[in-house]
Design a protein around this ligand. Structure first.
Ligand code: GLC
Length: 544
């Protein structure tokens, strides 16, 4: 089975990508309108986050109908046009399958509410009384993970928002329904799938209180998850297609299992440990600067570990749930351009398939919001309250959101310097970041020194140099907190990738024989000294 080694995926959050009808929400014709831009960047697949009918409590991750297009985003015809036009440009579409839960507006849940036993078995209902919650598990968005329905005398499980009811994968009828949805989209010409929090689908046999944590250890990488994925892939007829699973709080061992081609589960997995290195005591809402040593160790563990187990990583810094990488691990100010390029290099040269999240290729930053009224994300709004209940002042809570809110990654795509960054002629559903007059696509596409042009090179190099897509990897300078460095090699070629993760100079002693190697790519125009890296400097050196 192919691992899609030489492919690059571009993630689109349609709501914030491009609005063609002036209602302030991005739409599918907006994606079609920007296909030439994406073709120019050189990407192979577009992963579109959900555009299905949804009450939008969680921006579409609360799906009410898996087989239709929400009119807010356009029509099925618009989608078919997008599939066709993308195909003409050699670009395939990947859809986001939210199969851990449905919206409570979904017909299945509505029928469950109406008392149909068949549909109650589609979800995780527990008989009970309002005074006795089934377990003490905590929802990922804050608050209890169970909701009581007085009319039914039952609780239902929701690991996310109260409007996102967890599906009961133990029920074969549920598994058959979900496989059928995959077949439906495959027949429409969809080329791949991203599976939302798919390692949470298999719940335990017995539901019990978690006296050590928030409950996640009982359902993360759960007992039947590998079997269910194998069954879904086979029944959905998607073996051999590009698939990526979003794995929440997962383990290396399980990700090898999910992605080792012999197992016929998924082609690659997203894991998030490297994006928690600035969580103080593991808590997203406690700020600390990124722990670079931890970051390096995690990359080393996952890259070398997945290689040893023949697994395959999805490589990424950014997505719609993450603050912007350049704001977080780079420098928004003086070294904005250098640090954005360095971060792109660090992941694109690794072993795995890179994902570019909309706006990353032009160095988009965090939102810089200063009032709670600017936020839209359900998680951010919940935590604004929770943090204050925990004793933080409103100003402190806002400072935390400014760094951690998912809305940082959801601001409108900055197309140009005109009003609302050229995203919409109306009022955007979420305000644009203040820096769009300076940071935008129009200013970059033709500039050979821009972040956009550099990302084009990163994508192109993967196709030119088989060592990037297929070579082995080994990390170097493991004790140096400033340098992220690794070697890639195959029979013909060797690469040495060295990245300065800091804003100061970082001396380096290159391994024997490398000082004279050619520079395949670097983020300073003159290529550097080979004895010291300047702030955020990176080198991709090549031999052979
Ligand atoms: C995933 C999505 C996120 C969503 C959650 C619940 O983590 O990426 O946006 O809120 O799942 O579906």
């Amino acid at each position: 089975m192919a691992n899609f080694q030489d492919k690059v995926v571009y993630q689109i959050y349609p709501k914030s990508f491009c609005d063609t009808d002036g209602d302030g929400l991005g739409d599918l014709p907006g994606v079609t309108a920007k296909l030439d831009y994406l073709k120019d960047l050189g990407v192979d697949y577009l992963w579109l986050t959900p555009f299905f009918p949804s009450p939008q409590r969680d921006n579409g991750y609360d799906v009410a109908d898996y087989r239709a297009v929400d009119p807010r985003f356009g029509t099925m015809e618009d989608l078919e046009t997008l599939i066709r036009e993308a195909d003409k440009r050699g670009i395939g579409l990947m859809l986001d399958m939210v199969f851990n839960h449905t919206s409570t507006d979904h017909e299945w849940f509505q029928k469950a509410l109406a008392g149909y036993k068949k549909y109650q078995d589609y979800y995780i209902f527990k008989d009970g009384t309002p005074d006795k919650i089934p377990t003490n598990w905590v929802s990922k968005f804050g608050g209890p993970a169970w909701e009581y329905l007085p009319g039914l005398g039952k609780w239902y499980l929701h690991l996310f928002d109260v409007s996102q009811a967890d599906l009961n994968w133990e029920n074969p009828a549920v598994r058959a329904e979900l496989a059928d949805i995959l077949r439906f989209w495959r027949e429409k010409g969809i080329k791949g799938f991203r599976f939302d929090v798919v390692n949470l689908i298999s719940k335990p046999e017995v539901f019990e209180d978690d006296h050590e944590g928030d409950g996640r250890r009982f359902y993360t990488d759960g007992r039947n998850v590998h079997r269910y994925l194998q069954e879904l892939v086979a029944a959905g007829g998607i073996d051999g297609m590009i698939t990526v699973g979003e794995m929440s709080s997962t383990s290396l061992e399980n990700c090898i299992g999910y992605t080792n081609p012999d197992r016929h589960e998924l082609t690659m997995s997203f894991s998030f440990h490297h994006l928690k290195v600035d969580y103080k005591n593991g808590d997203k809402w406690s700020l600390m600067p990124p722990d670079r040593m931890a970051l390096k160790n995690l990359f080393t563990l996952w890259q070398e570990g997945m290689q040893a187990g023949h697994g395959w990583n999805a490589l990424f810094w950014c997505n719609h749930d993450q603050p912007r990488a350049v704001s977080r691990f780079g420098d928004e100010g003086k070294y904005w351009k250098e640090s954005a390029k360095m971060l792109g290099t660090a992941t694109h040269m690794m072993r795995g398939t890179p994902y570019i999240y909309q706006g990353e290729e032009i160095g988009m930053t965090n939102a810089h919001y200063t009032s709670i009224g600017q936020y839209r994300d359900v998680e951010s709004l919940n935590y604004y309250q929770i943090l204050q209940q925990q004793g933080k002042t409103a100003a402190e809570a806002l400072e935390i959101l400014a760094q951690r809110s998912r809305d940082n990654g959801r601001t409108p795509m900055q197309w140009d310097g005109t009003a609302h960054a050229g995203f919409t002629t109306g009022t955007p559903w979420l305000g644009e970041a203040d820096n769009y007059p300076a940071i935008n696509a129009a200013a970059q596409v033709k500039d050979p020194d821009s972040i956009f042009s550099y990302y084009k090179q990163l994508v192109a190099l993967r196709k030119q140099e088989p060592v990037i897509s297929g070579g082995q990897i080994q990390f170097l300078y493991k004790d140096d907190p400033d340098l992220l460095a690794y070697r890639r090699w195959n029979e013909d070629t060797q690469l040495l990738v060295v990245c300065n993760l800091t804003g100061h100079d970082a001396p380096v002693t290159l391994p024997e024989g490398w000082a004279g190697a050619g520079l395949l790519l670097g983020n300073y125009p003159d290529g550097g000294s080979r004895t010291s890296l300047r702030p955020y400097e990176c080198w991709v050196l090549k031999k052979g």
